[in-house]
Ligand binder design. Structure first.
Ligand SMILES: NC(=O)c1ccc[n+]([C@@H]2O[C@H](COP(=O)([O-])OP(=O)(O)OC[C@H]3O[C@@H](n4cnc5c(N)ncnc54)[C@H](OP(=O)(O)O)[C@@H]3O)[C@@H](O)[C@H]2O)c1
Length: 244
């Protein structure tokens, strides 16, 4: 068991200790890393920006940089091949280009599906033996567009629909190994991704009207720490309505 030691090392479930988080350099992923660190987990922070991750590793105890590019799934083995036990895998990495189908080149479809689906699938495949060894939890950050069509956002919405199918199949397959799979479907969350997307749609972006990334991170912790008698399969969360 590799859970951090010391007075701050206290997790809701005593048998959850080491969690790998993708998208660790982004809004939601960084919040997940921060909350897990506060709760005493040993965190493997996966991302592309080696300098950013090295600084994270230097400043947060029990946090380890895993440099990898999900757009190149064939390189993932070298990054995570040595991990033999893992209590949680949280998929936060994602890309979300905005374009009409008429303006979406094949390269954009390929990058979106590789990062959002195939990279996540390959990383999961690599880590399944370690997750099975710990009867671990897998959390996918999906999106509201994974549940319905969005004009001008077809590649993103299609990739999230595919991610939903991946998670649903995986949940059935891994049940016999005691591995639990949760999908979280957030609405607008205050991150750089949403700011950029809203600008591309010509829509206003008010972070105060969005979900805070830390709130999503809290839901991830809920999924990871749920008691043994329950399996949180799906969770949808939207920005709260504001009284006029
Ligand atoms: N924000 C929202 O409103 C919202 C709503 C619903 C769902 N989501 C989902 O939540 C997840 C996180 O989004 P976010 O809002 O936190 O976005 P973000 O701030 O843009 O973060 C995205 C993360 O994905 C990483 N990433 C992108 N391409 C990668 C690649 N090829 N290899 C490895 N990592 C890569 C980014 O790394 P780099 O820094 O290297 O680019 C970044 O860490 C996404 O899956 C998104 O679809 C977001």
């Amino acid at each position: 068991m590799v859970r951090g030691e010391g007075p701050e090392a206290r997790c809701g479930r005593c048998d959850i200790g080491r969690v790998l988080v993708t998208g660790a350099t982004g809004g939601i992923g960084a919040a997940v890393v921060g909350v897990l660190h506060q709760r005493g987990y040993d965190v493997l922070a996966l991302g592309r920006d080696a300098g950013w991750l090295a600084e994270l590793q230097r400043t947060l105890a029990r946090t380890h940089a895993v440099v990898a590019d999900l757009a190149r799934p064939e390189t993932l083995q070298a990054a995570v091949g040595g991990i033999d036990r893992l209590d949680g895998l949280v998929h936060c990495a994602g890309v979300a280009e905005v374009a009409d189908v008429a303006e979406t080149p094949s390269s954009m479809w390929q990058e979106t599906f590789t990062v959002n689906v195939a990279g996540a699938a390959e990383l999961t495949r690599m880590l399944l033996p370690a997750l099975r060894a710990a009867q671990g939890r897998i959390v996918f950050i999906n999106a509201a567009p994974g549940l319905h069509a969005v004009p001008r956002w077809s590649a993103y919405a299609a990739s999230k629909a595919a991610l939903r199918e991946l998670a649903d199949s995986l949940r059935e397959e891994e049940a016999r190994h005691g591995v639990r799979v949760t999908t979280i479907y957030p609405g607008g969350t205050a991150t750089e991704l949403l700011r950029k997307v809203r600008a591309q749609f010509g829509l206003p972006y008010d972070p105060a009207a969005c979900i805070r990334p830390e709130t999503i991170a809290g839901l991830v912790v809920t999924a990871l720490e749920l008691p043994e008698d329950a399996h949180l399969t799906e969770l949808s969360v939207r920005p709260a309505p504001r009284a006029e």
